[in-house]
Design a protein around this ligand. Structure first.
Ligand SMILES: [Zn+2]
Length: 258
């Protein structure tokens, strides 16, 4: 399975920066988890091939690229962009984004081949298929309805927490997966912003360390994602200070293969 976190911004030399403002992960160049930077930094091949987008939740950094991704492809789509989301997320997108005021309501528009967006609703906690992948969704603890995912192909599984504070269900689920090769877990704030992490339902390195006590899998890789760009350096230092050699920083743009 190929897993790539798309870049969000460029540095002063015009190269992809390591800072992650937006969240969009591409699996096997075909399925997107979140669409934060999807329209901005996917390759042209990915733009041509990604037709399934699986959302963790509807915060802006996870959906910012969705309206523009559909807009860019509007005339050329031969099949709709399939947005896999819960009823609550779909309602939020239609009410707050695709409302004609912020952006066109694509669900009411078609091109010469038919509809350009199709919502595929799933129940939190359910298992479903997206392309060649099996997806287990798990409700996590954020301040809107949010899901983490365990994504599996025929050979291996990868866990993605999405944005979350302390939670139990996803650990129970992760502990039951024998072919889990990697876990991508958020750590948005440094330890001195603990109060902000608490009200916004995110983790700090200290909170992450406590969460990992629930994780029984000793072989799987653990990668950190979703660090707020302003605090990236201090979060990395604090993660380093935990002295846990399993914890790695997930590199923006790099294609991981498991
Ligand atoms: Zn969020």
């Amino acid at each position: 399975m190929k897993v790539q976190l798309l870049p969000s911004t460029i540095d002063e030399c015009g190269k992809a920066s390591t800072r992650q403002h937006l969240m969009s992960i591409i699996i096997d160049d075909r399925v997107a988890i979140d669409a934060g930077s999807l329209a901005f930094s996917c390759s042209e091949q990915q733009r041509a091939d990604v037709r399934d987008i699986l959302l963790t939740h509807t915060h802006l950094d996870h959906i910012a690229g969705l309206p523009l991704f559909i807009d860019d492809l509007f005339a050329s789509l031969k099949e709709p962009i399939r947005v896999h989301a819960t009823a609550e997320m779909i309602e939020g997108l239609e009410r707050d984004i695709f409302n004609w005021q912020v952006y066109p309501r694509f669900s009411e528009l078609s091109n010469e081949h038919g509809p350009v967006i199709k919502y595929i609703e799933f129940e939190p906690g359910s298992r479903f298929e997206v392309q060649h992948l099996r997806v287990d969704s798990v409700l996590v603890n954020h301040n809107v309805s949010a899901n983490g995912y365990i994504i599996s192909d025929d050979a291996i599984s990868v866990g993605i927490t999405g944005d979350t504070a302390e939670t139990d269900e996803i650990w129970t689920k992760l502990n039951s997966i024998s072919d889990l090769k990697a876990l991508l877990i958020e750590c948005a704030f440094p330890n001195d912003l603990d109060e902000l992490a608490q009200v916004s339902h995110h983790l700090t390195p200290r909170r992450l360390e406590r969460e990992l006590e629930k994780f029984r899998n000793s072989g799987c890789e653990i990668h950190i994602i979703n660090m707020k760009p302003m605090y990236r350096e201090s979060i990395i230092k604090e993660i380093d200070d935990l002295g846990n050699e399993r914890l790695k920083i997930f590199e923006v743009g790099k294609v991981y293969e498991w």
